[in-house]
Write a protein that binds this ligand. Structure first.
Ligand SMILES: Nc1ncnc2c1ncn2[C@@H]1O[C@H](COP(=O)(O)OP(=O)(O)O)[C@@H](O)[C@H]1O
Ligand SMILES: [Mg+2]
Length: 598
């Protein structure tokens, strides 16, 4: 995503990013935390309950050594055995209650995590689908996949696990301090001296581990991107015999990921031994101070035993907090990547006050349109033309001339640098995007077939279409016979896990999709480019029926379309070179030929 980000921020017409640069190691971490917690808003009730139960478990945990202290001091002072039995019963009861509360805490946090992550993932996917073409031009699919899956999963770690554990452990550390200070000032102070070391250790650890975790996530993302693109192009790899080359590239990405992970492991592995050392030193000091207190009669034996227990109980939270901190840091690294997507605004949005495009004839007008994808090279330059309602115009010109770009611009997939595009007199920028896309039907050059049945593929833009409607358009594009001959008919699965369609069949599915929507303006990008001669003739009839009563712009190189067009517009290098107009006695094609254009 690194390169994608760079591209994006460089392009003047690219998607805007809300936050610049990566956040600093700690200042931004708090901001990230607050932002993460803000996603819990629908579950604040659940959050409060979970927190309360967590506090309860901490209290129960603190109570245990307290009761031991009571019992020990009772025995020492020679009290009768009944108190001891009660203490034992109390301990058992405490253990059971504590276990129950702990179960609730773990269960509820996991619930919280799953719900929050579900919520974030839904919003993320929704946001992604609103982003504009320019975003997808720059973004890598694999990277986006990692962001919506693995990165969001890392957030579930945070919500469903690490955040609450870190919080309860910190509460526990503080709770022990409070208890000790009320028992014995000296012991409290010994403990108090230990705390900064523990805290400092955790802080340094978190500081080191977060950038390392971020690196791991980036490398994983790069690896996923690489696998995704290479597998999509695996046929080319095989045809050109580049398996070895790709294997080496894969190994490089894989190695980078492994090395980044190993580096993090080195940091995390250091934490436990360090925690052990802090604990060992702490215990020695406690023994020293406590033993001294016992000799001088200021500390009871029960207190010393209970204190040693507390110290022992500290080991788990300290170790755990280290681990959980790394998990939290990992979540924050992931959160940054997720928020980056949220902070990318769709470049193309409804203007304030945008209105629905009036349902009218479908006059299309380009006025002095200039456009560039990257902000430097103009792909379209000062281009003007007009298409009357019901007219059929053929756009011709060499490959790379900018024909497909014109189609993208009319649908407002990209924003113009200069000029205007009008539909029935309305600037498309003043129209609601939804109404604009409803008015226009496009069959794109590259047809995408979804992993579902062929019937659903045809009905993709019109999910409520009846079986009869689907069959009607399938007949129009000459697909019905082919589909009926399939064993499962319209229910036959196509796409990656189904029947492979030929290029010509894909193009006809695309045309059928568009026809089902009955748009006022029909844009066809080389609809006959991958048809054989026989199918092409069949398709001609389909096109003839399709253009009936609507404005049609066909990007074409085949003679038929050109012959039947009312007008031919020749585009070269983003500029309009010439127009040929047909009339009753000669076709547009002939007229252009006469002028020496074709
Ligand atoms: N998404 C894109 N990002 C950047 N440049 C593009 C993009 N799509 C097309 N171009 C460039 O714009 C020019 C016109 O492309 P296009 O409109 O697809 O041509 P045509 O359809 O006439 O063959 C080409 O130079 C192409 O490289
Ligand atoms: Mg094209």
């Amino acid at each position: 995503m690194k390169s994608a980000n760079k591209n994006r921020s460089n392009r003047p017409n690219g998607a805007r990013r809300g936050h610049g640069g990566g956040p600093g190691p700690k200042g931004a971490a708090l901001k990230l935390l607050f932002r993460l917690v803000s996603y819990l808003e629908p579950y604040y009730g659940l959050l409060v309950i979970t927190l309360s139960i967590s506090i309860l478990t901490v209290l129960f945990q603190l109570l245990l050594p307290w009761m031991i202290r009571l019992s020990v001091d009772h025995i020492i002072s020679g009290n009768e055995g009944s108190g001891l039995i009660w203490a034992a019963v109390g301990l058992m009861a405490l253990a059971v209650v504590h276990g129950g509360a702990d179960f609730m805490r773990l269960y509820l946090t996991a619930q919280l995590g799953q719900r929050a992550v579900f919520c974030i993932r839904t919003q993320l996917f929704g946001h992604l689908s609103r982003l504009s073409f320019s975003f997808y031009d720059a973004a890598k699919t694999g990277d986006l996949v990692t962001r919506t899956t693995a990165d969001v999963d890392a957030l579930s770690q945070f919500f469903g696990h690490s955040a609450i554990i870190v919080l309860t452990n910190v509460l526990f550390l503080i709770g022990i301090l409070a208890v000790l200070l009320t028992w014995n000032l000296l012991l409290g102070v010994v403990y108090l001296v230990m705390l900064p070391f523990i805290g400092f250790g955790m802080y340094v650890y978190a500081l080191k581990v977060r950038p390392a975790m971020g690196r791991v996530r980036r490398k994983l993302s790069e690896l996923t991107s690489y696998i995704e693109t290479t597998l999509s192009g695996i046929l080319v790899v095989k045809v050109l015999g580049r398996e070895e080359f790709e294997k080496e590239r894969f190994e490089r990405a894989n190695t980078a990921y492994r090395d980044a992970s190993l580096k993090t492991i080195a940091i995390t592995a250091l934490w436990m031994p360090i925690a052990d050392v802090i604990m060992g030193v702490g215990t020695a000091f406690v023994l020293l101070a406590g033993g001294y207190g016992i000799i001088h009669g200021t500390v009871s034996l029960g207190t010393l035993i209970a204190f040693t227990m507390y110290i022992g109980m500290l080991l788990r939270p300290i170790r755990q907090t280290g681990m959980m901190l790394s998990a939290t840091m990992q979540s924050l690294a992931a959160a940054e990547r997720v928020f980056e997507v949220f902070d990318t605004e769709p470049e193309i949005q409804d203007r304030p006050g945008a209105t629905d495009l009036p349902a009218a004839g479908g006059r299309v007008e380009f006025q002095d349109v200039t456009f560039s994808y990257d902000g430097t090279r103009n792909v379209i330059e000062g281009l003007s033309f007009r298409v009357e309602p019901g007219e059929m115009v053929a756009l011709v010109g060499p490959s790379g001339a900018g024909k497909s770009t014109l189609v993208h611009l009319l649908s407002r997939f990209y924003e113009l640098q200069r000029g205007r595009i009008l539909i029935d007199g309305t600037d498309i920028r003043d129209a609601k995007l939804k109404s604009l896309r409803n008015a226009i039907g496009i069959a794109m050059q590259n047809v995408f077939i979804f992993d579902t049945t062929i019937g659903e593929n045809i009905a993709y833009g019109n999910p409520r279409a009846s079986a009869r409607d689907i069959e009607r358009v399938a007949r129009m594009v000459q697909l019905h016979e082919f589909i009926s001959a399939l064993p499962q008919g319209y229910q036959t699965p196509v796409g990656e896990r189904g029947l492979e369609l030929s290029g010509g069949q894909r193009q006809r599915v695309a045309l059928a999709r568009v026809l089902l929507r009955q748009p006022a303006i029909l844009l066809l990008d080389e609809p006959t480019s991958s048809l054989d001669a026989a199918t092409e003739r069949a398709m001609e009839a389909a096109l003839d029926a399709a253009r009936d009563g609507r404005t049609t712009i066909v990007i074409a190189h085949r003679l038929w379309t050109v012959h039947h067009a009312d007008r031919i517009i020749v585009v070269d290098d983003g500029k309009l070179v010439e127009q040929g107009v047909g009339n009753a006695s000669e076709s547009a094609h002939m007229s252009l030929m006469r002028q020496g254009g074709l």
